[in-house]
Design a protein around this ligand. Structure first.
Ligand code: GDP
Ligand code: MG
Length: 177
């Protein structure tokens, strides 16, 4: 049997978290399918998308979970985090409160996810330079202090999206392989 499954060496579950409307679903769509929907609707129901990438000649299937529009504080259930090896913690560079809430999301990850989960902080909507409300340096300092990987990105124009997801997957790979 030469099905796709037979060729997968690893499956990595990754969760995407962060406040509502920061662009979680669009980032996922960009990475998984190279899509961006201008009329995107809030996600309903827990779902994930997959994309298989090659890391050090191994086929790694990233299974990336999107919240069910449950971004209200403490509404995301622990089942969502179960088994996750990585997390994309997203804020919106044009809305300061979404960055201020990153600490809460870290608490959530600490409470529900495995202690060894690898976290990448993402400042999304980097295309909206004129509306920037969070200086890059603030995010860099915070990420260093908390031991997070960090990148700004734009789901709209694709900037750094691929790079950030691949970096997270490579970091996971280096830990599990
Ligand atoms: P979610 O609630 O975190 O899943 O956010 P969505 O992915 O649904 O995106 C929320 C809104 O932000 C939508 O109107 C998107 O079109 C918009 N959006 C998402 N990513 C970007 C981006 O990188 N740049 C810009 N300008 N808008 C974005
Ligand atoms: Mg969404």
């Amino acid at each position: 049997w030469q099905g796709e499954e037979a060729e997968t060496d690893y499956v990595f579950k990754v969760v995407v978290v962060g406040d509502s409307a920061v662009g979680k679903s669009q980032l996922l769509g960009r990475f998984a399918k190279d899509e961006f929907f201008f009329d995107s609707k809030p996600t309903i129901g827990v779902e994930f998308q997959t994309r298989t990438v090659t890391i050090k000649r191994k086929q790694v299937k990233a299974q990336i979970w999107d919240t069910a529009g449950q971004e209200r504080y403490r509404a995301v259930t622990s089942a969502y985090y179960r088994g996750a090896l990585g997390a994309m913690l997203v804020y919106d560079i044009t809305r300061r409160p979404t960055f201020d809430h990153v600490a809460r999301w870290l608490d959530e990850l600490q409470a529900h996810a495995d202690g060894s989960i690898i976290i990448m902080l993402i400042g999304n909507k980097s295309d909206l330079t004129e509306k920037r409300a969070v200086p890059t340096d603030d995010a860099i300092a915070f990420a260093e202090e908390q031991g997070l990987f960090f990148s700004e990105a734009s789901a709209l124009n694709g900037e750094n999206v691929e790079k950030a997801f691949l970096q997270l997957l490579e970091e996971i790979y280096s830990v599990v392989s």
